[in-house]
Design a protein around this ligand. Sequence first.
Ligand code: HEC
Ligand code: HEC
Ligand code: HEC
Ligand code: HEC
Length: 199
Amino acid sequence: MLKFLLNRNIVVYTGVICIVTIFSFCKYALTETEKSSKAKSPAVTYSNPYFKGTKEERITQVEKITRLFGVKCDYCHNEDLTAFTEEGEISKKMMAASVALGVDCDYCHVDGKRYTEKENQAKKMFELSETMATECDFCHAGKDQLTPKGEQAKTAFLTRDWATKGTKQCLECHIEKKQFALNFYGWQVLNAMKGLKGM
Ligand code: HEC
Ligand code: HEC
Ligand code: HEC
Ligand code: HEC
């Protein structure tokens, strides 16, 4: 009986040791692959949806931005894209905005200092998006295209004279930073609307 228990213990111990060895080997192997994949490609992602086409076409795009702003590449980031300046971080958001609107930087920027006539509207849109914690693509679906939520916003803009009265008034019914979720009063308004429609 004692001998049997001893044997069993040895089996259990050996099992545990095997598992531990396998685990630590896997961990070692994983960190090694991580290291080597980092070494191969210098962190260039080619994943921002703003960039389209072949590698050459992408380079043409970054050169176009650089010329437009009259700067050097290091205005926004280092060579292997591991570090971004403040302007570079802003530019990432600007790229998302450009994709949502289906336009390029020169739609709003004349150069590093001056803006096109879109400046004011764009600034209001950035402010609205900040207040409501939405991205531009919440409402914009490419050039001159709105999402269904964008269409609802368009109606609200018009009926509430948003262009002059601004975004604060939207918070009468919508919760700040919650992507237009309704507050208690907003729900009352919605229910009243449904009541009128006989729903
Ligand atoms: C105004 C800012 C700005 C300037 C100037 C700029 N870049 Fe960039 N660049 C960016 C941003 C933002 C990204 C996207 C990074 C991301 O989304 O992670 C990017 C991405 C890239 C990429 C990756 C492209 C892809 O397909 O994903 C390359 C390569 C690049 N830049 C090279 C350059 C070179 C070379 C220059 C100078 C000729 C330059 N950039 C100038 C802001 C800039
Ligand atoms: C829809 C209009 C619009 C588009 C498109 C746009 N921008 Fe902007 N951008 C603005 C506005 C407006 C500001 C100023 C924001 C503010 O001051 O609140 C700005 C600010 C910036 C800044 C900061 C400037 C500074 O003086 O600090 C950078 C950098 C920038 N944009 C880069 C870009 C790049 C790169 C693109 C194209 C990928 C782009 N923008 C596309 C409207 C736009
Ligand atoms: C809550 C919805 C909503 C969000 C979020 C939003 N927009 Fe808009 N935007 C609209 C509507 C609606 C119009 C008016 C379109 C029309 O009149 O046909 C508009 C118009 C514009 C215009 C002027 C029209 C044009 O095509 O030039 C610009 C520029 C613009 N938006 C930029 C932005 C940017 C940049 C962002 C993100 C920072 C953004 N918008 C986020 C709803 C939105
Ligand atoms: C008096 C209350 C009230 C005010 C003020 C108001 N809204 Fe709304 N909004 C609603 C109601 C109610 C709904 C839901 C309607 C529905 O689902 O049919 C709604 C829905 C929306 C939606 C769609 C949201 C989604 O997720 O489907 C957007 C976008 C929107 N409003 C934008 C605005 C903007 C922009 C303003 C400010 C200019 C504004 N609203 C002011 C009551 C209001």
